[in-house]
Write a protein that binds this ligand. Structure first.
Ligand code: NI
Length: 155
């Protein structure tokens, strides 16, 4: 039975392929504010504090995108990082960099411009294109400040 061969064989062609994770970092600068239009000014300032500043504030964001898969036998890579970088630049960085998350970014329209929501929105923008390259999108991590970041695993 092939299954038995797999377990007992020491021949490399029957070894299971290792699953590996690889991460690409991109950076962008953007402005935003946290403001819930259903709430009073008072409640917004109470909940969001300085993040509700009327005239916006900015962050130097970092985006870490992790994909998983088996290293290709010819390249040793899960995905060509130039391709991954291009997807990230074309699909999200171009839309986010030097923009206002509340006003300028179509995929953040009508959402609270939080780090959490941004991570989910970025995932939704890039998943299909990344997974067309024979790998799985594993994690989108958005760092807002040195003390805060959000991670989304597609759940
Ligand atoms: Ni902020």
């Amino acid at each position: 039975m092939p299954q038995e061969n797999k377990v007992v064989s020491l021949r490399p062609e029957f070894e299971p392929m290792p699953k590996v994770y690889i991460t690409r970092r991109e950076r962008f600068n953007a402005a935003h504010k946290l403001w819930n239009t259903k709430w009073s000014d008072e409640k917004n300032f109470e909940v969001f504090g300085k993040c509700a500043n009327e005239n916006w504030h900015g962050h130097n964001y970092e985006l870490f995108v992790t994909v998983s898969g088996e290293p290709d036998e010819n390249t040793g890579c899960i995905i060509d990082l130039k391709i991954l970088s291009k997807i990230l630049k074309d699909k999200v960085i171009e839309m986010l960099d030097h923009k206002n998350l509340n006003l300028d970014v179509s995929f953040m329209k009508d959402k609270m411009a939080s780090t959490e929501n941004l991570a989910v929105a970025i995932w939704n923008e890039i998943q299909t294109e990344i997974e067309a390259h024979d790998c799985k999108l594993h994690c989108v991590k958005v760092i807002e400040t040195e003390n805060n970041y959000a991670e989304y695993f597609g759940e």
